[in-house]
Ligand binder design. Structure first.
Ligand SMILES: [Zn+2]
Length: 256
């Protein structure tokens, strides 16, 4: 089965789809620097890859992705596009609301930009649920993969680390140049640690500043944290399959 992209369908086909199904997936990511060795679109490509494979298995439609995210700290490197969270919130709410008016009633927002995107997605989702009487589930790749990340021996969540780079090596190996990658292991913090697997994850996240990232670049020669050199396509494949399985599960729950 192929991916059921909404943009490839006619309105007539969408009308027919809605006679038997009210579910739709919308991937959300970012366009931000991921070091010298991985593409700016890493987060969106990750969300799209998981959404596309879940769509192939279930037949659920996939709405066009939101290619941008909220990335103020990553503006330190060229190519990054940071959209204000309040603008993204309105954009997502309008997209969901438009689809709701046509009869879509069960949405899954697949987020590839981790904790940075979660706050505004939650606000948009709550508003659309309340005003349009629909259901919106938030499927975050980092939170939905915490068990498999542990089993695969992935280190702590950073940025451009072995988790997302392994995933890219599985989905888009042609876009990764691992020879350029340098490790910059993250030090564990007792307070304000960000990783769903870590008991010190407080969820009290405020994005870093551009200045923080500039200092990181001066110190390490790149703007990533974690151990990207440990990335492998095989670990990426197992991580990806776990996430697709989980998303299929979420879609099936919505159906029942
Ligand atoms: Zn990323």
């Amino acid at each position: 089965m192929t991916t059921n992209w909404l943009y490839r369908r006619t309105w007539k086909e969408v009308e027919t789809y809605l006679e038997t199904d009210s579910r739709i997936i919308i991937p959300v990511g970012s366009c931000e620097q991921h070091g010298k060795f991985a593409p700016l679109g890493t987060d969106t490509l990750a969300a799209v890859a998981v959404a596309a494979d879940a769509s192939r298995r279930t037949g659920v439609l996939v709405a066009p992705p939101l290619w941008y995210g909220w990335s103020p700290h990553h503006m330190v490197k060229p190519g990054t596009v940071s959209i204000r969270a309040e603008v993204l919130m309105e954009l997502l709410a309008d997209a969901l609301d438009s689809l709701a008016r046509h009869g879509f009633a069960d949405f899954v927002v697949v987020n590839g930009h981790r904790i940075v995107n979660i706050a505004w997605i939650q606000i948009a989702a709550e508003r659309v649920q309340r005003l349009s009487k629909v259901r919106v589930a938030l499927f975050d790749l980092a939170y939905m993969s915490s068990e498999i990340s542990g089993r695969l021996g992935f280190g702590t969540i950073g940025h451009g680390e072995e988790i997302e780079i392994s995933h890219m090596l599985h989905c888009h190996p042609e876009l990764v140049d691992l020879k350029q990658a340098r490790d910059n292991p993250k030090t564990e913090k007792e307070l304000y640690h960000i990783d769903p697997r870590n008991c010190h994850d407080t969820l009290c996240y405020v994005p870093a500043t551009e200045d923080d990232l500039r200092k990181l670049a001066q110190k390490t020669g790149d703007t990533v944290t974690g151990r990207p050199t440990r990335s492998t396509a095989e670990k990426g494949r197992r991580y990806h399959e776990h996430l697709v399985e989980r998303l299929v599960q979420v879609l099936e729950q919505m159906e029942s």
